[in-house]
Each structure stands twice: as structure tokens, then as C-alpha cells.
Design a protein around this ligand. Sequence first.
Ligand code: SDX
Length: 431
Amino acid sequence: MKDSGRTAEISIGGENYSFPILSGTTGPDVIDVRKLYASTGFFTFDPGFTSTASCESSITYIDGEAGMLQYRGYPIEELAEHSHFLEVCFLLLYGDLPSASQLEDFMSRVTNHTMVHEQMRNFFNGFRRDAHPMAIITGVMGAMSAFYHDSIDINDPVQREIASIRMIAKVPTIVAMAYKYSVGQPFCYPRNDLDYTSNFLRMCFEVPAEAYPENKALSRAMDRIFILHADHEQNASTSTVRLAGSSGANPFACIAAGIACLWGPSHGGANQACLEMLLEIGTTDRISEFIKRAKDPDDPFRLMGFGHRVYKNFDPRAKVMKESADEVLSVVDSGRKPTLQIAKELERIALEDEYFVSRRLYPNVDFYSGVILDALGFPTAMFTPIFALSRTVGWISQWKEMIAEPMQKIGRPRQLFVGPVERRYLPLHQR
Ligand code: SDX
């Protein structure tokens, strides 16, 4: 970050105030209002933070107008095409693509931390079998701080690193355990001879009676979904993790807070809601009925998987996901080809409709992901846990960046108070 040499001038009641304009390497400049309240007695007012930069970051850059997403400067399309998830994890965590020896060391460290403490199995038995897997992984991730006391001192960079590796390594095991618990099947331990993503698929779908046949095409599709969901700048769940981390909470608690936020249907819960919407639409001739509902200001229904706070152009992840959906459905006959056809027709109709065009609403990352996850064999309740699995590395990378920030302070927004002014207590008989 550097001072642009320019300033923003504000005049209040005839008083003029000047605030520096700061520049990053690319993207919008910012007006540094850190001294606004001290010098003017005024707060800024920005519910939803539509015009607020909460931090400086070097990790992920989004250009919503151009429909562009980069992890540490590398376009998401190139990473989805040429990289794999653990290499992307290294890139997000450490800032550069790894050398061969760095990658080998990183993959070995992750592989050798994939098992969870055996006693953690007991947490699962405390949940009803029909508990949403997001409820389970939120609880189990938070509970990890009770098992790994040697990696919760956030002031020790060695412990921060161990906690990061542990969470990246164990989150697939925890998510797979949540799935197995929900379907009443025995847990399946990780295997160190498999790659990260194949291991996850096997932990989900292998049963004692029958091995899960490794399928490179499906594993590649799963790995691409992990890459596409790994990080996304200061979205709601990442901002939750940063805010929790700013209080000095342990890393497991911070990531559990991120999982809880991601669960919301406006955020990471949209992939589950989107496939359920596509299945409810059922046939292309019912699309117009749902488009009508989405446009009705009196109907709370929104097209799930459509629209985005930042992207006012195509979400680049949705484009990659759409191509991947075609590939997966050509390999797996999940019976969902009609569903994919409905999604494509819905996209086509919406993108020709003035309501969506004028509001610059395009398919987002969640629009096609559900069709792929369904084809891979996952129930809709597992879609958001898989999003959380992938986003764990993004949350950790952002949390590490925040903790290492010399200016780091506890996040504590203010408010515009519109409640009652001071009044006297009245005894009961006078009310
Ligand atoms: C993710 O932030 C991130 O980066 C998130 C994410 C990530 O990787 O972390 O990208 C992941 O969360 C993707 C978004 C998943 N959510 C959905 O698909 C749910 C459906 N989409 C919406 O609820 C909505 O688009 C949001 C929440 C995603 C964005 O909402 P905004 O930016 O607050 O926009 P808005 O609500 O102010 O909408 C602007 C207008 C409104 O109409 P008007 O009041 O102007 O008449 O667009 C309309 C909205 O009603 N609108 C929609 C719509 N999304 C917005 N109308 C119908 N269907 C939709 N999906």
C-alpha cells in the first residue's frame, strides 16, 4: 500500500477535512478514513460494506466488472486448467507457486496429518443422524482446539503453521466423517498412498464391503471444484474469520466461525439451494414461472446461484464449472443431464431478460457446482461442507495474513444509533 499523493476533501459545516488516498498494486484506490471520527466526530455508514475495504491483502484479486479472479496474481482459469488443489493451497498460503521440492515437502506434511484424534469420533455420536453436516463440521472444527493444544498460540508462528497444516489436512477427513455419519456407514480412515482429492472421495464412498474404484476423471473434477472455491477476497465468511481472529481467538475457533457463516443460503448455502431449485423447476417449460417469481419484488424467492456482490459480469468460476459439468456428465450417467439442461436454459433466458441484464445478475460459482457434486454422488446437504473444505485454505491464508499485519487491531465497527434516548426507570405499577 502506498500514499497516492492525492487526497479526498470533505466539507462539514464549513469545516474542510482532507484524507489521504492510498493505492495498491491494482484495483480501486481507497480513501483512508482511519482518522475521520477523531477529526470530525462522524462515522462512515456502510451496512453490508458495499463501499468499504476492511484490510489490505495480497492474496486474491477480483475485478467484478471484468469477471476476473486471480490467486496471488494467477488467473483462476489457468490454475483450474494446469494446477491441482494442494499446489493452489501452497500458493495461497505462501504467495508463490512451489518448486518441486517445496511441493513434495508440503504434500508430505499435509498427507501425514490427515487422521483425526480417535476420540473425536465421539463428537459425531452426539448428533442426530439427520443433523445437517454443516452443524457437525462447525462443531467438530471448533472442538479441534480442545485436542491440539500445541497449536493454538497465535503469537507463535510455528504453532500457526502447524495449526494451518492440521486444518487443511483434517478437514476432508472431518467432512467425510460427517457424510458417513449421516448415511449410517462406518467411518473410513484416510490412506497416505492416495492424493488429497482421491482420498476424500474414497473416505466418502468406500464401504467395508466394497472398495471405491479410483476414477481419475471424477477426482480431477472434484479437485477443480476445490481450486475454484479455495479463496475469494473479503467475502462474508472470510471477513468473519478475520474478525474472529482479530480478537486473538485460536485458529480452530476462527475457522469454525467461517464455516458457520458460509452455511447461509445467501453465501455458501446457495449451491445446495440452487440444485434443489433446479430439481423443483423440473422441466424447462416451468422456467418462466420461476423467473417471474425471482423478479417479483413481493416474492422473497431469488434465483439461487445467480447474482453476486462483486461480479457484475460472469463469475469466472461459473464458466469453468459449466465446462466441468459437461465433462462429468459425459462420464457419469447420474440421470441429471436434464437438470443441467434446465440450468443452461435458465441461464440463457435470464441473460436475455431486462430484469437480470439491468441488475447485471449472472450465474455465480454455485449455479453449476451442484450438478457436478450430485453427479459425483453427493447428497445436496454435502454441497456446502465441500465448499467449506475447499475454503478452509483461503480462510487460513487470510487469517495468517491478518495476524502477521503489524497494524492489526481488534475489529470493532461503530453504529448509527436510532433507539430511544435516555429515559428514567418506571416501577411496575406505573407502566
Ligand atoms: C457466494 O462474496 C463472495 O465472494 C461470495 C462467494 C465466495 O466465493 O465467497 O462468491 C460465494 O456466496 C456466491 C453467491 C451465492 N448466493 C446466491 O446465489 C444467492 C442468490 N443471490 C443473491 O441473494 C444475491 O445476488 C447476493 C446475496 C449474492 C448478492 O446480493 P447483493 O450484492 O446484496 O445484491 P442485492 O441484494 O442488493 O441485489 C441487487 C438487486 C436487487 O433488486 P432491486 O432491489 O434492485 O430491485 O438484484 C436483485 C435484488 O433483488 N437480485 C436478485 C438476485 N440477486 C440479486 N434477484 C433475483 N435473483 C437473484 N439471485
